[in-house]
Structures are given as structure tokens and as C-alpha cells.
Design a binder for this molecule. Structure first.
Ligand code: HEC
Length: 189
């Protein structure tokens, strides 16, 4: 049967499709069936590995911030996924500690997910707790005041609307915090 693909375009298309679907099923459908922890909210069950963290659903204020993040298109430029690359874990690392890579159980409440696709700006999946409110205020008002040469657009209207500012910062501070990995957590939300 496989030999027919050499001489017939129809068979070549059919066999490619079958192989494509087998690949798709093996890589996207089977893993979550085998490892059911993927669908459970992250919980750092072993205190020996660090402080106990737990993924909780976002509260109303944080959800409001998430809506602003979607509305303003922050996800056009920012991803929310720390890959298994040194470039990622070092970039989000803090005080010599590499940030943990993202795992599926961190996203069970994310609907729609905001993984993003384009890394024009840095990944934000570990930004929670990195900066305080004042930093975000200055950065939203004019990113270039803090990071010379930044191509992030200014969002002065987010700072001028106190309620919106509070919400977007509350949301920022949740990102990656469930894992509670950051040493010297200075900024509590
Ligand atoms: C046009 C692309 C673009 C858009 C849209 C954008 N950003 Fe950025 N962002 C960047 C770039 C580039 C940087 C790196 C330079 C800097 O820090 O200003 C950055 C940096 C950041 C940082 C600091 C990250 C770190 O680890 O230092 C935060 C937080 C942030 N952006 C949040 C947001 C939020 C929230 C929005 C939506 C309101 C947004 N960005 C929209 C491009 C963008």
C-alpha cells in the first residue's frame, strides 16, 4: 500500500494525512490522558522543594486586569510561557535562581489562554513579584523612562484610570506566582 504513494498523488495525500493524524494524536491527545496531573491546578506538595505554592482561580480584580491585558493587546508582543531553554529560565531568573519552566497545570484556569505567539517583548509568565506598583506606573506611563530604547508603547490611560491601573497590576503580580519560586519575595500583591 505504501508503495502506491510513490506513483499516485491521491494515495500520497491519503497516507500523509493518516500519518499526520497519528502524529497529532500521539503528541496532543495521548499525553494528557496518560498524565492526568496536567488537568489539575498546580500545587507544590513537597515543602522540602520550597515554600508551598498553589494555583488558585483569579479574583475579581485580577480577572478585570486580565481583560485589560486582552483589550490592550499586550499578548501581541508578550508570551506567557517559560520554555525549556536557558535563555528563558535565566531571563526570568531572580537573584541567581533560575525560574521554573511552565507546566500545563499552571494554566488550568486560563480561558482563553494567553500563551501568545510572538516574543517582541520579554516573556511575562514569571513577572509576578518582579516589580512593585511604582515601577509599573512609571513603565506604563513611558517605558523609555525606565528602559532606554524600549519599543513598548506607552499606556498613559492605564495609569490615569486608578481602577484600571490597580487591576492590571494585580493581574501582573499573579503571573507565575503559584510556583512561589522567587527568593526574597518583596512585593506582595
Ligand atoms: C509593541 C510591543 C509591546 C506591547 C504591545 C506591549 N509590550 Fe510590554 N514590553 C515590550 C518590550 C519590547 C519590552 C522590553 C523593554 C521594556 O521593559 O520596556 C516590554 C516590557 C514589559 C514588561 C517588563 C518585563 C520584564 O521582565 O522586565 C512588562 C511588565 C510589560 N512589558 C507589560 C506589558 C503590558 C501589561 C502590556 C499591555 C498593556 C504590554 N506590555 C504591551 C513590548 C510590548
Amino acid at each position: 500500500m505504501l508503495r502506491k504513494a510513490d506513483t499516485s498523488a491521491t494515495w500520497a495525500a491519503i497516507i500523509s494525512l493518516v500519518l499526520f493524524f497519528i502524529g497529532g494524536i500521539l503528541t496532543t491527545v495521548v499525553p494528557p490522558l496518560v498524565d492526568t496531573t496536567w488537568a489539575k491546578p498546580f500545587e507544590n506538595a513537597d515543602p522540602a522543594k520550597g515554600p508551598t505554592g498553589k494555583l488558585t482561580p483569579l479574583n475579581e480584580l485580577q480577572l478585570q486586569g486580565r481583560q485589560i491585558y486582552i483589550r490592550e493587546g499586550c499578548w501581541y508582543c508578550h508570551t506567557q510561557q517559560t520554555r525549556t531553554l536557558l535563555a528563558d529560565t535565566k531571563r526570568s531568573g531572580w537573584k541567581g535562581v533560575d525560574s521554573p519552566v511552565s507546566t500545563p497545570d499552571e494554566f488550568v484556569y486560563d480561558d482563553p489562554h494567553l500563551f501568545g505567539t510572538k516574543r517582541t517583548g520579554p516573556d511575562l509568565s514569571r513577572v509576578g513579584g518582579k516589580y512593585d506598583e511604582q515601577w509599573h506606573r512609571t513603565h506604563f506611563r513611558n517605558p523609555r523612562d525606565l528602559v532606554p530604547g524600549s519599543i513598548m508603547p506607552p499606556y498613559p490611560w492605564l495609569v490615569e484610570d486608578a481602577a484600571e491601573f490597580k487591576a492590571i497590576v494585580a493581574y501582573m503580580q499573579t503571573l507565575g506566582r503559584a510556583k512561589d519560586w522567587r527568593p526574597d519575595n518583596d512585593y506582595e500583591e
